[in-house]
Design a protein around this ligand. Structure first.
Ligand code: PHB
Length: 365
């Protein structure tokens, strides 16, 4: 199959992407320590993958409170901002474009990661079932641990939380990022507010669809005010179950949000589909509803190959498709797609943590 659509340019906000193959956000747990600061090794990894139309960074915490796993990078200190600048400079020098994914894990955390050993926060004091945080134990052993029972955020705390997102977006633009992506998917804080079980609030941030979507839209509005809508995307995962999310109601909630961010002229909507983390597959009908609701770039991710991606774009449903694990193992994924070449297989043992092995040493053609 000729990839007549997948490998052609597409507009995104005010920039043009050279193709429609996006690199999905991928946690790799290799930020520099101490301080969770991006390094020269991280820059080399991303620059190797600059053939993507757009690279979406690994999820990046907007605050210490927003961290749920050891060794993930942040974007709330000057050192982190400088670390990201060397990453983005390397990607730009290699001809790529990059979006920073803004992340707060909410209840998917552990007191060992929090300031003063505090409890993580969430919409309500409800622990995520069967969900894990990754911590370094006091004796130095890295370990996956069950997440803690969160403390419910007080309404009075939400304005500062919203501002932390806007501050992080400003830092991202200062570091040179082309875009930011609001992570409202996969069971992290903003998804917890959207969810009918994780969010049991009795104030205007809980209950109806409009109320559950309120915090996400306040975050979007603050970021848009800080850096402009043409630089902002959002990631959603309707029908996802990772981190104890609920399928029921999630399609309608996501559709409401897509309609609201369309009114705000966001550059893109990025849909994480079931695949790597379970959940229920989206129907063609629902994908078409998303398309009909959003005028900007609509991007799907999760288990696609080049032919499926080409088909989804040719049908008019998607503007681009994001690839995760294929990009881990194939830095030259776009070239391989263009040549219909075989793909390297990713090694799951080196997904998280470590150094060059399984990170910057996958061979190109
Ligand atoms: C993870 O680190 O496991 C992770 C991070 C962000 C996601 C999903 C998974 O959206």
């Amino acid at each position: 199959m000729a990839l007549d659509k997948l490998l052609t340019p597409v507009k995104l906000g005010k920039i043009e992407l050279k193709n429609r193959v996006w690199m999905a956000p991928l946690t790799r747990s290799r930020a520099g320590q101490p301080g969770d600061v991006p390094t020269a090794l991280n820059a080399a990894y991303y620059a190797q993958r600059a053939g993507a139309g757009l690279i979406v960074s690994e999820a990046t915490q907007i605050s210490r409170q927003g961290q749920g796993y050891a060794w993930t990078p942040g974007i709330y200190t000057d050192a982190q901002e400088a670390g990201w600048k060397q990453v983005v400079d390397a990607v730009h020098a290699a001809g790529g474009k990059m979006s920073l994914q803004l992340w707060h894990v909410g209840r998917i955390s552990h007191h060992l990661l929090q300031e003063g050993g505090a409890a993580p926060v969430g919409p309500s004091a409800i622990r995520a079932a069967d969900s894990q945080s990754f911590v370094v134990l006091p004796d130095g052993t890295p370990s996956n641990e069950p997440t803690d029972v969160p403390r419910a955020l007080a309404k009075e705390e939400l304005p500062a939380l919203v501002q932390a997102y806007a501050d992080a977006a400003r830092r991202a633009v200062r570091a040179g990022f082309d875009m930011v992506e609001v992570h409202a998917a996969n069971g992290y804080l903003l998804n917890q507010f959207l969810d009918i079980r994780a969010n049991q609030r009795g104030d205007e941030y809980g209950g109806s669809i409009e109320n559950r979507a309120r915090l996400v839209l306040e975050v979007v509005d603050a970021i848009v005010a800080a850096i402009g809508a043409e630089r902002v995307g959002i990631r959603l995962s309707p029908n996802g179950v990772f981190n104890d999310m609920t399928i029921e109601g999630s399609e309608a909630t996501a559709l409401h949000l897509v309609s609201e961010v369309n009114a705000r002229r966001l550059a893109y909507v990025h849909i994480a589909e079931a695949g790597w983390s379970g959940g229920k597959a989206l129907s063609d009908k629902y994908r078409a509803q998303l398309r009909a609701t959003f005028d900007g770039a609509l991007v799907f991710c999760g288990g696609y190959d080049a032919e499926m991606a080409e088909g989804l774009i040719a049908s008019g449903i998607a503007d681009a498709v994001a690839f995760g694990r294929p990009f881990i193992a194939n830095p030259d994924l776009v070239t391989r797609f263009a040549k219909n070449a075989a793909l390297n297989e990713p090694d799951a043992a080196t997904f998280y943590g470590g150094a060059e092995k399984g990170y910057t040493d996958y061979p190109t053609l």
